[in-house]
Design a protein around this ligand. Sequence first.
Ligand SMILES: [Zn+2]
Length: 848
Amino acid sequence: MFTLLLMALAADSLSNSVDRGISEVLARERAAGYSAVRYDVAFTVPADRRQPVEGVLRLTLTLSAPRRIVFDFSAPKERIRTVRVGDTAVVPVYVEDHVIIPAEATRQGDNRIEIRFAAGDEALNRNDDFLYTLFVPARAHLTFPCFDQPDIKARYTLSLDVPAGWQTVANAAEAGRDETGDRVRVRFAETKPLPTYLFGFVAGKFSVERATRNNRELRMFHRETDAAKVARNRDALFDLHAAALAWLEEYTSIPYPFDKLDFILIPSFQFGGMEHAGAILYNASGMMLDESATQNQLLNRASTIAHETAHMWFGDLVTMRWFNDVWMKEVFANFMAAKIVNPSFPDVNHELRFLLSNYPDAYSVDRTAGSNPIRQPLSNLNDAGQLYGPIIYEKAPIVMRQLEMVVGEQRFRDGLREYLKTYAFGNATWLDLVRILDAKTPDNLAAWSRAWVEERGRPQFTTSLRLSRSNTIQRLTITMTDPQGRRIIWPQRMRITLGYAGAQKDLAVYANARDTVVREAVGLPKPLFVLPNGAGLGYGLFLLDEESAGYLLANMPRLGDALTRGAAWVTLWDNVLEGRVAPGAFIDAALRALPEETDEQNTQRVLAYVSRAYWRYLPQQERLARAPVLETALRAGIARANTTSLKSAWFSAFRDDVLTKDGTAWLESVWKRDEKIPGLPFVETDEIAMAMELAVREVPGWQEILQTQLDRTQNPDRKARFAFVMPALSADPQVRGAAFERFHLLENRRREPWVTESLAYLNHPLREADSERFIRPGLELLADIQRTGDIFFPSNWTGTLLWGHRSPRAAATVRDFLAQELQYSERLRWTILSSADDLFRAAGLSVR
Ligand SMILES: [Zn+2]
């Protein structure tokens, strides 16, 4: 029966009022009124990616009373074909981002709605022969009509109609398939309850590898063309997943909550990974490692896998109620990942790894004027992407480690078990967890949570030492202040390291007031240095006294403990940024210490600091003057390194930092394969990186180098990426200008890693003067970038736009822009302020 109800005209205009995007108000309305939501959704994917993907949604839901049903769907009017409620055709109300079925068309109890639509491409990541969905944080409604909020968990039954020969993979297992001619229609089983952001599928030309681990079949989908590379990596990838699953089942005492686990390696994926329930997506380059993979790359890979696997419990099984708590799932995933990878890498100093992989990145935002609190209010999911960043990925794990120390390891685990069990397949907030943990400890966790979780920034620490006449310590005080003047106290457990010839003393301190007296220090002899973040525990800006800074710069190799050296380097770097240690003195100290450094993690970190000091903080003439010494040291490092990964780290530093004629000539002969480095084999990605670094230095014949590299690149994805980046490497400023101009078109910004790589070369420090012209238009584009791009794109965009600049004029351009552009949201301004931090500091130092 067909009846046309023209309700749009009759409906009360108030019942059509709904904000753009997904507001918290709308989310509350729906969560309160809709239940038992089930999506049965079918997509038809044409072979030609210019043709739209068509879809049919059959949705059932229960209403407590007749009420309007508000779907999220972008550009609904152009894309909706038909809407039926039960057997009745309905003309819905179209407003931006929404399709509204009026209350009059609904009834109490079960409702059946069918919508035929054309899917938008924005979240489908369509390529010629594959596509993948990426709906986090609220992008599912760009593809199909849905309730795009995390706390309406629903079951999904998916069908995909794709060209024959394509692989398909989704959250649930395949339940059946029909092949007709050049098409195949695949039906998947119904999923467990999922929020929209975890629903996903991949279709296209992929190779599939299978393996059984602990009686579970795991599948890997990939597009790698190098068979040796696949063979080298496949077992490790399956093993890492199996180990993470086993560990998590033990820790949570909850069996893997979903029916199967596949993982899909996507070339140039936007993130390291994405935890779609039962179908994890990874960036292929982080998984398929080369023979020359560094220890860091191996660790990062294991951590990424453990992180995404942990999400199956933390995020997928129990989901935040609203995206203001998105950090929770991220912190748990990282926190679990750290616990999981440790046993697989017995040779690694894990405390040092935690320090180096969390503190520098957390500080990179928390030290800036653009820092944000871990937990932020969020009135509309349109802004959810801006919550992500180092504060939730790197600071929150530090905070969580502090919390575990306060609560105790066992009680903390028991609290998490209770939390997961209580809210399984449902939603919870941070405060729900604090309540569970607070009941298990005498400390006031609510107050603790306010300073660490609800406020932005970090404390500043100074130490003061009072000595007796016989040079023993009478009093050692550490003073915590709030650089932003709010007088916040960040209660924290820390260790104060006192250095002596051939020995060190670590004193445990609980700093929970402005001044904390270190009682155990009384009577000890005067130390050679005081390092307040000993054992890498304390969190903040630790201003070193002059004597301690001087000692550490001159004597780092004498510190016998790698963790102490790591903590000292992190602290010295902060003191460089504060203008208390000269960047040149830091580089000298690093080059003296590196030959004696025995821990690869410290070597990698210090090489990164050297590179940063060299490009971002040294004036150009000082950089040129230091180049021969630096390159000699880096070449010696390549020769001396006794592992492939260490050689690779030294070589990468050389490749990126080289400036002299001799140095670049040697790099070129390596790229030409004339020169071999014993113990360091190169693969396609290495040669691409070398070609790009040679080109940006405008070595003679740079055009030929680029062309040769393009021709000899085998992998089609890498070839396309290289071709895209090439104009950004041109010596011709006009070509570079055009390479920048194309980013005004959304179509040219779709492959975000290609864009940021181009932007990084356009703004390379060697092109500092010429590329100042990109700063203002780049900042003007940011709002568009934020609106149309994925979650890390805005900070990656501003980061690469500004990285090569250090002039006061460039700094003034950014400040002027911020002063004049008043339409930008606070969060967007924060993104700019954190990305500009190095620029502001470097410009400030050069004025000083
Ligand atoms: Zn994550």
